[in-house]
Ligand binder design. Structure first.
Ligand code: ATP
Ligand code: PRP
Ligand code: MG
Length: 281
């Protein structure tokens, strides 16, 4: 039985649960169950605090886990990243009261509040600087006005929380994070693990691409193929009208509208975009 750790709450939990369900695994019920047995797929899921997941996986009690790249780094768990999952994007930044000319090279001696002390300590060590790292569990942005810290290092999503507290980020990001699937560093990848990774990869891939269908006059086919080259090459099918063909191709979701504009301008008709639920490439 494969043992997999899932975030039980927080920013990553809903997306992680959704992704596993899309990949065909059993969902946790409405309650607060800490384990779910998916007999059909031979997997037992453990719902744990996202912060703890890399510890369990790094110690080998659990085979795989979904957590944040920043949380895994801060935990110092002995894990490696098997797959980036494309949700829960955030950056991890230093921030201080706006307009005070903050500079990462002048952090020596500062009091820095954070929920991710190891990421901060590692960064300071790399810069050869000594500062006081104050570990807080959350609501870090308020610590400056309460006099506990001079500046902070925290997760930045939209940036709304920083702005609301009169803070500005400074210096390069310490971590560019998203939800990730992790395994124990150096562990053998079993057939069961490979299957779960492939299924998740299929969902990640499906979320990043869309399927595009269109009709075009035969003489436009070269132009259309250049616009939608697909992964291998587009599927071209005959239509009842011998002068026309139907084309089917996968395109990156982020470029969808630009591509549709280009196809339309080139003379393609009946351009349809649809979601892909899952795939194996
Ligand atoms: N806007 C965001 N705020 C906080 N974490 C975010 C955000 N966007 C993505 N994340 C990611 O979610 C993970 C943090 O999740 P975690 O559950 O520990 O904290 P949380 O979402 O702040 O929940 P809580 O602190 O209420 O338990 C990190 O990997 C972080 O990068
Ligand atoms: O850039 P934003 O989109 O505003 O998001 C970032 C904020 O969200 C998180 O806090 P959360 O709400 O989880 O509270 P916490 O600090 O208690 O963890 C994080 O710690 C930041 O404070
Ligand atoms: Mg939080």
């Amino acid at each position: 039985m494969l043992r997999v750790a899932m975030p039980n709450k927080g920013s990553l939990s809903e997306s992680a649960a959704h992704m596993l369900a899309e990949a065909g695994y059993k969902r946790r019920g409405e309650g607060k169950d800490l384990t779910v047995l998916d007999q059909h797929n031979g997997v037992e899921f453990f719902f744990l605090r996202p912060k703890d997941i890399a510890i369990y996986v790094g110690n080998g009690q659990l085979d795989l886990g979904i957590t944040g790249r920043d949380l895994a780094a801060d935990s110092k768990g002995d894990v490696s990243e098997l797959l980036a999952l494309g949700f829960g994007h955030s950056t991890f930044r230093y921030a201080g009261p706006a307009g005070e000319g903050w500079d990462v090279d002048k952090l020596a001696g500062a009091r820095i509040a954070t929920s991710y002390p190891n990421i901060v300590r590692d960064d300071l060590a790399e810069r050869g600087m000594e500062a006081t790292v104050i570990r807080l569990d959350g609501a870090v942005e308020i610590s400056i006005q309460l006099g506990v810290a001079d500046c902070i290092a925290d997760v930045v999503g939209s940036g709304r929380t920083l702005r609301a507290h009169g803070l500005e980020a400074f210096g390069p990001m310490l971590c560019d994070s998203e939800g990730v699937l992790i395994g124990r560093r150096g562990a053998e990848t079993t057939t069961q693990m490979r299957q779960l990774i492939a299924r998740l990869q299929g969902v990640v891939f499906a979320q990043q691409f869309m399927m595009l269908d269109l009709d075009c006059p035969k003489e436009l086919l070269d132009t259309v193929t250049e616009i939608v080259p697909g992964i291998e090459s587009p599927t071209v099918s005959p239509m009842a009208d011998p002068n026309w063909v139907a084309v089917r191709s996968m395109v990156p979701r982020a470029d969808m509208n630009t591509i549709m504009d280009q196809l339309s301008a080139a003379g393609a008709k009946a351009i349809l975009a649809s979601d892909i639920r899952s795939c194996r490439m």
